[in-house]
Design a binder for this molecule. Structure first.
Ligand code: FA5
Length: 353
């Protein structure tokens, strides 16, 4: 009887290996140790054995029943864990952006190239100790012109065609306008801090002018200003060149020439060799091979005074980078109007994931 029980147990183990679901395993359990299971059937003959045989077979039979019960319990647990894992895998929610695009085909946004460059420039200047400032789009003529050494009758007001507001003026009686340059933030920056200081101010500006390959009515600039003692043109050129080198990751050809801006003296135009045509001449550079990118200069004493700073003690430099033109130069974009076209085919080229 013992060998019969042992061989049943071996059969049981073989069958158990092939059972995959909890139901199958429970059926197998009933098949072997249920009321009329195979083991139970064998044990019904126990009563026909002698007392000595019963003493030997009884404990062995109980042990086999216990082993089967344990094997069943272990297998049930293993199958349960497997089933839970399978359910988790089937119901997995993929929060990864790439995967969701692959599986759903849905489109999602990326950064506009102007944002990418702006963030890059902000990082460069932050690492050189500059703050990043912001200012309002709607300004008054004091911040846009007067504090920048451009009084009402100054011909320089015509340099930037302005969108004026008809009816409103500030409490001081100054007319409102859409800022034509980020130099307005120079004024606000100076009035709100004590020298020495250095900051940049990126932002959108507005000009009522005809658009072409390198001119928009709404575009972005990035103003910069550094005020302290004994600041020189050498400092200005160092910061400008370092910034361009960091952005282009190579030496780009630039030229510095005198430029007139009422708020700086001396003033310069920093032009970059046109990266669209390589200097050969195209519609972006108006066939000159050069693009006006980064006007700059030493801050005019009148401007420092309007900003509450003593020009006999402090001086500094300022610059006003054309951000859209920089994006065009960096990526070889041949028309500024692509930047605001809203055409996703254009924007998608610059996705950063
Ligand atoms: C100014 O706006 C001065 N405020 C810059 C400045 C600041 C000079 C501090 C000195 C010191 P300008 O009008 O040249 O300057 O514009 C600056 C840059 O903005 C230009 O070099 C050009 O890169 C860009 N820009 C000007 N007009 C447009 C336009 N219509 N579309 C796109 N970019 C433009």
């Amino acid at each position: 009887m013992i060998s019969q029980l042992e061989s049943l147990y071996q059969n049981f183990l073989e069958e158990l290996k092939t059972q995959k679901t909890q139901a199958e395993i429970l059926n197998l359990k009933a098949d072997y140790i249920g009321k009329s299971g195979k083991i139970s059937e064998v044990l019904k003959n126990l009563k026909n054995l002698s007392v000595e045989e019963k003493k030997e077979v009884g404990p062995k039979a109980n042990k086999i029943k216990d082993d089967i019960a344990n094997d069943i319990a272990n297998k049930l647990q293993a199958v349960e864990i497997e089933e839970i894992n399978q359910k988790l895998a089937d119901n997995k929610i993929d929060i990864g952006l790439r995967e969701s695009v692959k599986t759903t085909g849905s489109r999602h946004g990326g950064f506009h190239p102007r944002t990418l460059i702006r963030q890059e420039i902000e990082d460069i200047f932050l690492s050189m100790g500059f703050d990043v400032l912001d200012g309002p789009h709607i300004e008054d003529e004091f911040h846009n012109f007067e504090a920048l050494n451009i009084p009402g009758d100054h011909p320089a007001r015509d340099m930037q065609d302005t969108f004026w507001f008809k009816d409103e003026s500030s409490p001081e009686g100054k007319k409102h306008l859409l800022r034509t340059h980020t130099s307005t933030i120079q004024v606000r920056g100076m009035l709100s801090r004590k020298p020495p200081f250095r900051f940049i101010a990126p932002g959108t500006v507005f000009r009522c002018e005809r658009t072409d390959a390198s001119h928009e009515m709404v575009f972005q600039q990035l103003e910069g200003m550094m005020v302290g003692e004994n600041i020189s043109v050498g400092n200005l050129i160092y910061f400008m060149k370092t910034t361009l080198k960091e952005i282009f990751k190579k030496d780009v050809e630039v030229r510095l020439r005198p430029g007139f801006f009422p708020f700086v003296e001396p003033g310069f135009e920093l032009d970059i060799k046109c990266q669209v045509c390589g200097g050969k001449g195209c519609s972006v550079c108006k066939h000159t091979g050069w693009v006006e990118l980064l006007p700059c200069g030493m801050i005019h004493p009148n401007v420092l005074r309007a900003g509450g700073i003593d020009p006999d003690k402090y001086n500094g430099f300022a610059f006003g980078l054309g951000l859209d033109r920089l994006v065009m130069m960096k990526y070889g974009i041949d028309d500024i109007r692509h930047l605001q076209s809203g055409d996703l085919r254009f924007n998608e080229q610059f996705k950063t994931y």
